[in-house]
Design a protein around this ligand. Structure first.
Ligand code: ATP
Ligand code: MG
Length: 722
């Protein structure tokens, strides 16, 4: 524990120390991976509090995820010893939500506004599309939503968007966008983009409300600045307008979120917008071996649009990067598992949690998970169907949202007939119509069911009953803690009964999950010291994929390359190093897209401290089709002398249970050595060996096209005799 600031500064190298101690005025740190940028932010907060006696609440430190914020808080707490930290450390979204809870009324919102996550957004988009009869078959709601989101990232209003919409797609988006914004308003809800947009609006147009924040945040720090978007940059510029005490750190080579509106130029514009800024360059990497850095540097050098950077380390030279070319994706997964086992035997101190498996697309995790389960290796997937994405949890949260904000009709629609109460589609449509004619919320319309024309008597009664039930909870919310509300909803809404009557194992699991939700609420109350419903909901709404990852459990971690940003592991595996997968086909249309994929590759490799193992598969099943794959160009970009190549494509590892779940039944019969056969992906070839029989008949075929021999299980892939 550091009680003296000198000691704290001893943990830093010279340029890091400069970045930490230059507390007044703008500072920009542009530096490569693992050079201690995040460390600079952490130590700077500690230094401001410890040496400059700045009150913690006067510091705004922005991290990329809530989890990173938590970690940072923990580190600072350790560095400072005893000071209790009530600083604003967190994501942009969390900070904005906190401001808006206090100020949103000046924009016409009620302070109990709901925060809509992606699934709410999507259902609202669909609802709007239905309203103007846009079919979901011809217009992808997801595509429309991301277009809307990109517009909001640039603070383009629906009106402005409509004016500039030049093609058919944008014109349809404009129609949906207008309704979507209106819908959010009517629901007293904000989506994630609104949190940023509205906070900025208050800063720019409501000085009477925002002056206090300019004064409050005397020091502002931003990590991962290369992935900020336009609005986020405007936010910090506005907040730091008077004092310029703004420290940003980033790496242009790690900008990987441009598809979500991140603007790499923010990092470069910083020195133009703040010409007096102290620029700090960090060149020493503390994380990786020299060989890993050499490989990462060699890859990223192929990008045209970048600032050249030096990066070196005094760490060991290290071992070569392994490239395993697998027979198929099952073989790939098994190799990875086997290799982790081997590494753990070699290095006794290596734990499962020191090993990570990255991939480009979420779908890739399934086969790896299957193989891990089969091998009985404990693992966790970061960002898959997480706790808060489960149906029963979403349902109860929807109840809570309605209670917090009765105008939230998206949530109300979700639960009005869950559990079933005899409120059918038509009834709901009538209530919706009544709401829009009378210009009231759906909740209010439900309460006035007796005025809604042409409703069946039992439907009317059901609406009144559910309204009375929810109103009772609305009244109660001020008096009882969030945990009590959760308990009451589960027990009295009929939800628990519904599950209890269901004898399936699944229903039991759902009940257990609801118990877990109670624990989550109780835990939150304890940690935050706030038992209000609003605080709990906000905590739930702002959760991101990575937040629930508990790295203290000794599990192998699976995640996408995007999620891996900022993290480090001893051994890193990157699966699916294949053209069209990584780099991803969608990105290949433009040079820009390809460069972002390459940065993603750079991010992946530089997460590793000691070992990097890259794998590709010769064939891979995608969307039910087995395709022949080409190794990723990024593999070619790593100098040969840094690579140890292992060729697994001959399929020695293939075992009998391969493909067991994915093959159509084989009906053919005899294959003989010397036969010419045709394969759907590899073309013509000659059989060199035959093993097994029946279902397990396997042949080795040397294909003419590339003169490579591959083991093929006949049952699969429609191997035909010629
Ligand atoms: P990334 O670009 O991946 O976000 P970064 O630049 O933020 O990386 P950090 O995560 O801050 O780098 O640091 C990388 C590793 O090096 C961490 O384990 C950190 O504790 C260590 N480190 C950083 N600076 C020093 C230093 N001066 N002395 C010893 N270790 C250091
Ligand atoms: Mg970092």
């Amino acid at each position: 524990m550091h009680h003296h600031m000198d000691e704290l500064l001893k943990d830093l190298n010279e340029p890091q120390r400069l970045a930490v101690t230059t507390t007044e005025g703008p500072v920009v740190v542009i530096a490569g991976a693992g050079s201690g940028k995040t460390r600079v932010i952490t130590y700077r907060v500690a230094y401001l509090v410890g040496a400059r006696r700045v009150a913690p609440h006067n510091i705004l430190a922005v991290t990329f995820t809530n989890k990173a914020a938590e970690e940072m808080r923990g580190r600072i707490y350790k560095l400072l010893g005893t000071v209790k930290l009530e600083s604003w450390i967190g994501t942009f979204h969390a900070a904005c939500a906190r401001i808006l809870r206090r100020e949103a009324d000046c924009l016409g919102y009620n302070r109990a506004f709901s925060i809509y996550d992606e699934s709410h957004q999507l259902s609202l988009v669909k609802h709007c599309m239905k309203h103007i009869s846009l079919s979901e078959r011809d217009h992808n709601p997801n595509a429309i939503l991301s277009r809307i989101s990109l517009a909001k990232n640039e603070m383009i209003t629906p009106e402005a968007f409509a004016c500039s919409a030049s093609d058919y797609f944008d014109q349809q988006v404009a129609r949906v966008y207008t309704l979507y914004q209106k819908g959010l308003r009517e629901n007293n809800a904000m989506d994630f983009d609104d949190l940023l947009d509205n906070a900025l609006l208050i800063l720019k147009e409501h000085p009477e409300r925002s002056e206090k924040y300019r004064e409050l945040f005397k020091y502002i720090l931003v990590d991962e600045f290369q992935d900020t978007n336009h609005v986020q940059y405007e936010l910090v510029r506005e907040l730091a307008k008077e004092h310029h005490n703004l420290c940003v750190v980033g790496d242009d080579d790690q900008s990987i979120y441009s598809w979500r509106g991140a603007n790499i130029e923010n990092l470069f514009n910083f020195e133009k917008d703040f010409p007096e800024a102290t620029a700090v360059f960090l060149e020493e990497n503390y994380r990786s071996t020299q060989l890993i850095l050499d490989a990462a540097n060699a890859v990223i050098e192929n990008n045209e649009r970048r600032k050249p950077k030096k990066l070196w380390t005094s760490n060991k030279h290290g071992e070569k990067i392994v490239w395993y070319g697998a027979f198929n994706e099952h073989d790939e997964a098994r190799y990875i598992i086997q290799e982790i086992g081997r590494l753990k035997e070699l290095h006794r101190e290596l734990r499962n949690s020191d090993c990570a498996i990255f991939y480009r697309t979420n779908a890739q995790s399934r086969v790896i998970e299957d193989e891990l389960r089969r091998a009985n290796v404990p693992y966790t997937v970061v960002g898959s169907v997480q706790f808060y994405d489960r149906r029963e949890i979403k349902d109860v949260i929807a109840y809570l949202r309605v209670i917090a904000n009765p105008k939230d009709s998206v949530s109300l629609r979700r639960i009005i007939n869950t559990p079933p109460r005899g409120i059918g589609k038509t009834t709901l449509e009538r209530a919706d119509e009544f709401a829009s004619t009378m210009n009231v919320s759906l909740f209010e319309a439900v309460g006035r069911a007796s005025e809604i024309p042409s409703l069946r008597a039992d439907a009317r009664q059901s609406l009144l009953t559910v309204h009375a039930y929810l109103s009772h909870l609305v009244e109660k919310k001020q008096e009882v803690p969030a945990t009590e509300l959760v308990r009451e909803i589960v027990e009295t809404s009929g939800y628990a009964q519904m599950l209890e009557q269901d004898p399936t194992f699944e229903a039991r699991a759902r009940l257990e999950n609801l118990d877990e939700l109670l624990s989550a609420a109780a835990e939150f109350e304890e940690a935050a010291g706030d038992s209000s419903l609003d605080a709990f909901l906000e905590n739930v709404s702002l959760k991101t994929d990575i937040d629930e990852w508990d790295e203290t459990r000794d599990l192998i971690t699976l995640m996408t390359l995007h999620t891996a940003k900022g993290l480090e592991f001893s051994a890193v595996f990157i699966a699916g190093m294949e053209e069209d997968l990584f780099p991803h086909a969608n990105a290949l249309a433009s040079e820009k897209g390809l460069e972002e994929e390459r940065r993603l590759c750079y991010v992946g490799i530089t997460r590793a401290k000691k070992r990097v193992i890259l794998t590709s598969a010769d064939t891979r099943m995608t969307r039910g089709m087995r395709n022949a794959q080409q190794p990723s160009r990024f593999l070619d970009e790593i100098p040969g002398e840094l690579l140890q190549c292992i060729d697994g494509t001959h399929g020695e590892r293939v075992t009998d249970d391969d493909y067991s779940q994915e093959m159509p039944a084989y009906e053919g019969s005899a294959f003989h050595i010397g036969d010419i056969v045709e394969h759907s992906a590899f073309g013509l070839g000659r059989i060199g060996a035959v093993v097994g029989s029946g279902e397990k008949l396997k042949v080795a075929v040397r294909f003419f096209r590339d003169n490579k021999q591959r083991d093929i299980i006949v049952k699969f892939a429609g191997l035909r005799k010629r």
